[in-house]
Write a protein that binds this ligand. Structure first.
Ligand code: SME
Length: 137
């Protein structure tokens, strides 16, 4: 029953909905910040298992967004030098920070097997998703 689902169950359902309904969303997950340790920690996700369950601030696309507080769209991961590869099938990535009361508490991270699929519409859509997710906190 949805109304009894825990927050993590709801987040996982959101990941599943996104990956099921957008053809080029191949891995969808949330990372959450530990501001004291300056690390990101993998939360609910849908897609291939990843070794990168803890990411230091500043490292990779995710770590950079933890510090910049800004969306990061990567049309071609091969063109990034500060990038953490999770799978060789991933060609592009989008990371949108999650703000709760103005604090960047984490992010939604989406990997795609398609080259350069993300537009401004994805950014606006994922900002909206994160505004809804923020209400769970
Ligand atoms: N590619 C990310 C690491 C997380 S995986 O995509 C799940 C990065 O460079 O931060």
């Amino acid at each position: 029953e949805k109304e009894n689902a825990t927050r993590d169950e709801k987040l996982k359902e959101i990941c599943q909905l996104l990956s099921d309904n957008v053809s080029y969303y191949d891995w969808v997950g949330f990372y959450f910040a530990n501001h004291e340790a300056k690390t990101l920690h993998l939360g609910p996700y849908v897609g291939a298992e990843t070794d990168h369950t803890v990411i230091p601030f500043g490292k990779g696309i995710c770590g950079q967004v933890a510090e910049s507080n800004a969306n990061f769209v990567v049309p071609d991961v091969k063109a990034q030098d500060n990038y953490i590869a999770c799978s060789f099938t991933v060609k592009s990535e989008i990371v949108v920070p999650l703000f709760v009361n103005g604090v960047n508490i984490g992010q939604i991270d989406i990997d795609s097997h398609v080259l350069d699929p993300f537009t401004a519409a994805d950014e606006r859509f994922l900002e909206f998703v994160n505004e809804e997710v923020a209400k769970l906190f």
